[in-house]
Design a protein around this ligand. Structure first.
Ligand code: NIG
Ligand code: FE
Length: 423
């Protein structure tokens, strides 16, 4: 058995008490901090949490055999969870970035065959090895930013063989890399160009062919769709998500990003675990989400990078919706792996306090991928995914914006980042 003892944390952010259900309202602003905190880990599991004094007394006879990390003057937090990424793809789109900086619009670029279509062409042409090779360093970068679990969507194939390869690469990466990957099928990312004249034909293929095959091969846990004018209509989105549910694929939805389109309402109706983006969500949509406990995964980096106004995180929290945060890592609308920067943006552009942003990026993010019982907080019995930030208190996390404070990352009880560097 391996033992790990982290002691003397200036602040130990436990984020406890929400393993069953995500935190909402005032509870989102409560980190349950232990000053001079300590954690006792055995193998990959957190066994005990308390003050340094308490745990030193309790484990006095075993400390000699443990690896000891002195977190003096620093913050110990749960590993960050990124519940929405498009991890596996080929190429990059800085040319479109350049066009957007000169006035072109994201959706117009896509309508002209660029955007998601451009990445789809690059991904279709890439070998499985190339997809793996391009995606692996993205995970290293996530880890260096304190992220220990990542959700990954398919959706740059929109052709069964390529969708399947994307999900297989995600599976291999999950085995090979220390980061845990949770997989989502997103065959309905856009209407593929070859089905432009007959989108319903493609919807039928997603429903009758791709979803059953995804489930049969156990390639994903979630089923996502981009519900937006010019992409999938609310009716098509609902059909796709309900079809997935028949195969035990939990619904997720890209909702109300560009205009109010009823996506949040659909999320509530189909029992989605999360509705993501929500820049233009309606009041009714928020109310329905709060009612059903649908997690709002907000992506402030996407708004920042597309130079639009962010979602209203403050309003969502006040409406009783559990809010989570994510990078949306993808080549078009958010090429960043920095969860810390998303937390900065949550405070600076969405009205969320540093504590709310931390809850959103840990326990609530874990709930957005149905992992609230295993990760997202520092509590006995949970997986030992922890981060030490080189900061005296959690508030400085978003105060020094744009800076990566990740000092040490512990994944399943093992030190995988030391002084910011991969071990
Ligand atoms: O979440 N909104 C749709 N899909 C992605 C963008 C994918 C891309 O541009 O390649 C998103 O922002
Ligand atoms: Fe996305």
């Amino acid at each position: 058995m391996t033992r790990l003892f982290i002691k003397n944390a200036n602040e130990l952010l436990t984020v406890r008490g929400h393993s069953e259900k995500p935190a909402i309202k005032e509870a989102m602003n409560e980190l349950h901090i232990i000053e001079d905190g300590a954690v006792w880990v055995e193998n990959d599991t957190i066994v005990d949490v308390g003050t340094t004094k308490e745990l030193e007394q309790k484990y006095a006879d075993q400390i000699g055999e443990a690896e000891v990390i002195d977190a003096s003057g620093r913050v110990v937090a749960p590993g960050l969870v990124d519940p929405h990424t498009h991890l596996v793809f080929a190429g990059s789109r800085e040319n479109e970035y350049n066009m957007r900086l000169q006035g072109a619009k994201y959706m117009d670029i896509m309508e002209k065959g660029g955007g998601i279509h451009a990445t789809t062409r690059a991904t279709r042409e890439a070998s499985t090895e190339q997809l793996y090779k391009e995606s692996y360093p993205r995970l290293d970068s996530f880890l260096k930013h304190g992220v220990t679990t990542v959700e990954a969507k398919s959706g740059y194939g929109m052709d069964w063989d390529v969708e399947k390869r994307q999900m297989e690469v995600a599976k291999t990466l999950d085995q090979d890399h220390v980061i845990d990957i949770v997989s989502t099928f997103m065959g309905a990312h856009v209407i593929p160009q070859e089905y432009k004249e007959n989108p319903d034909r493609f919807v039928d293929i997603v429903i009758n062919e791709m979803i059953p095959k995804t489930a049969e091969l156990g390639l994903a846990e979630f089923n996502d769709v981009f519900c937006e004018r010019g992409v999938y209509t609310p009716e098509q989105s609902k059909r796709i998500l309900e079809a997935g549910r028949e195969y035990d694929l939990t619904p997720k939805i890209h909702a109300d990003e560009i205009e109010p389109y009823g996506g949040a309402e659909i999320a509530a109706e189909v029992g989605a675990v999360s509705a993501d983006h929500l820049l233009k969500v309606s009041d009714q949509g928020l109310e329905m989400m709060a009612d059903k406990g649908v997690v709002a995964v907000l992506l402030p980096g996407t708004a920042f990078f597309l130079m639009t106004e962010s979602a209203d995180g403050r309003k969502a929290i006040d409406a009783g919706v559990p809010v989570a945060l994510s990078t949306d890592r993808n080549p078009g609308s958010s090429p960043s792996t920095s969860m810390p920067f998303m937390l900065n943006l949550a405070s600076l552009t969405m009205g969320m306090t540093p504590a709310e942003a931390i809850v959103a990026a840990t326990i609530n993010a874990a709930h957005a991928i149905k992992r609230g019982d295993r990760i997202g907080s520092i509590e006995a019995g949970k997986q030992a995914d922890l981060v030490i930030w080189d900061l005296p208190n959690h508030m400085q996390f978003s105060y020094h914006y744009g800076v990566n404070h990740t000092d040490t990352v512990i994944k399943k009880g093992k030190r995988v980042i030391d002084k910011g560097v991969l071990v």
